[in-house]
Write a protein that binds this ligand. Structure first.
Ligand code: SF4
Length: 390
């Protein structure tokens, strides 16, 4: 096998490891190791990593298991993610985790945190409600208190000292991983024919549960091997994919959209492991927890699950279209996802003002039929190519 084949083969095996065998292996390879699950979209990864806890983003089960018991917990008119999360837990697939963090992403995840607490009492369960804005100043004090308590509690459990030095080292590791993620995004923007979306997606999903330094190394190896393929660009349009930040679309859907005539050059998949703005900056003598809090409060990328104080989400999307030289936008939202679906009108209003073409479809993580979406994406691509509009 070539280098790239080997990397992709390993990434596929890791992706299919829904029972988190690789997390178990990591925990057994050293003393005092914990693994903490995180729901989309916010996770204090620096704090977890500093406490000797591997941050493990759990983004549902996709189409890799059949959801039966999870369906019994929820009514039919909400998204699929909490059902497959419960199915994973009830099947014992999340037993490698010592706890779960539930951010205040939406009503569904807030509710799931309560269900989790009563269903899996062996887990440390934390509900984190990050401030939506940096004002008033008490927001920083509140978030600092939450993260400091979490840090101390996890350190007590793992048996390491809750020191500033550990936070400094974790910030450095995550900053290096973010630099790798930026390089990956740049490489895909420049040569999407060599870095297809389903491979890039696998690599980014690996970041969900890999130690950051190991992922940084893997990302560099993938970029080098994929860039060396020497494929020729095809006659496709370039698009930004928006709205898939929580429940993930099946990989096959991403592949179908690309094969229908699009290069997905930017997206909001795997939010939480991607840099959401500048990394925490702290000098050797600085206060690392203050830097982590500050980076969150001043994260620059607006999203559907964060109060958009200055109404910049639409403008920011137009800017992303320009930076990525995209021809249009694909809105891809999970069915019944209020945050993604309620966000669309304010975004499309600004796209209309700037004459940016777009189309929208919905999916579920276990969608098995892609023909309609493939036809829609194909028609969109043809329309943009022929007339410059949808
Ligand atoms: S998919 Fe949407 S509604 Fe469902 S848990 Fe995620 S953010 Fe909430």
């Amino acid at each position: 096998m070539t280098t790239i084949d080997t990397i992709v083969h390993d990434l596929e095996a890791r992706f299919d490891d829904v029972a988190l065998g690789h997390v178990r292996t990591w925990k057994q390879a050293g003393p005092n190791r914990l693994a903490i699950g995180c729901l989309p979209v916010f996770a204090p990864r620096e704090v977890l990593w500093a406490a000797n806890a591997l941050p493990v983003f759990v983004r549902g089960a996709g189409d890799r298991i059949e959801t039966i018991r999870g369906d019994a917990y929820y009514q039919s008119y909400i998204c699929h993610l909490p059902r497959s999360m419960l199915e994973l837990g009830l099947l014992g697939h999340l037993d490698a985790l010592d706890g779960m963090i539930f951010p205040n992403t939406c009503d569904v995840i807030r509710n799931l945190s309560g269900v989790w607490q009563s269903t899996f009492p062996q887990h440390v369960v934390r509900f984190i409600d990050p401030p939506q804005t940096a004002e008033p100043a008490s927001a920083a004090a509140y978030l600092r208190h939450e993260l400091t308590t979490l840090f101390r509690d996890l350190c007590a459990r793992s048996g390491v000292a809750p020191t500033a030095a550990r936070l400094h080292a974790a910030i450095a590791d995550l900053a290096a991983a973010h630099a790798g993620a930026r390089d990956l995004a740049n490489a895909r923007r420049e040569q999407p024919w060599n870095l297809p979306i389903d491979e890039v997606y696998l690599l980014r999903r690996a970041a969900d549960s890999m130690p950051p330094p190991a992922w940084t190394e893997l990302a560099r190896a993938y970029i080098a091997a994929a860039s060396a393929r020497g494929r020729k660009p095809e006659d496709r349009i370039r698009v930004c994919l928006v709205g898939a930040f929580c429940e993930q679309p099946p990989r096959a859907l991403l592949r179908a959209a690309e094969r229908a005539g699009c290069y997905i050059v930017d997206d909001d998949l795997t939010v939480g492991v991607e840099p959401n703005g500048p990394d925490p900056t702290v000098g050797d003598d600085g206060d690392p927890m203050a830097a982590i809090v500050d980076a969150w409060l001043h994260a620059t990328r607006p999203s559907a699950v964060r109060y958009d104080q200055h109404g910049q989400a639409g403008r920011e999307l137009v800017e992303r279209v320009k930076v990525n030289r995209a021809d249009g936008v694909l809105f891809a939202a999970p069915s019944f996802c209020d945050p993604a679906l309620l966000d669309q009108p304010r975004l499309t209003r600004v796209l209309d003002q700037h004459a940016v073409p777009y189309t929208a479809f919905k999916y579920s993580e276990n969608t098995g039929q892609f023909q309609a979406i493939r036809e829609q994406a194909g028609t969109f691509a043809d329309s943009v190519k022929l007339w410059g509009t949808a």
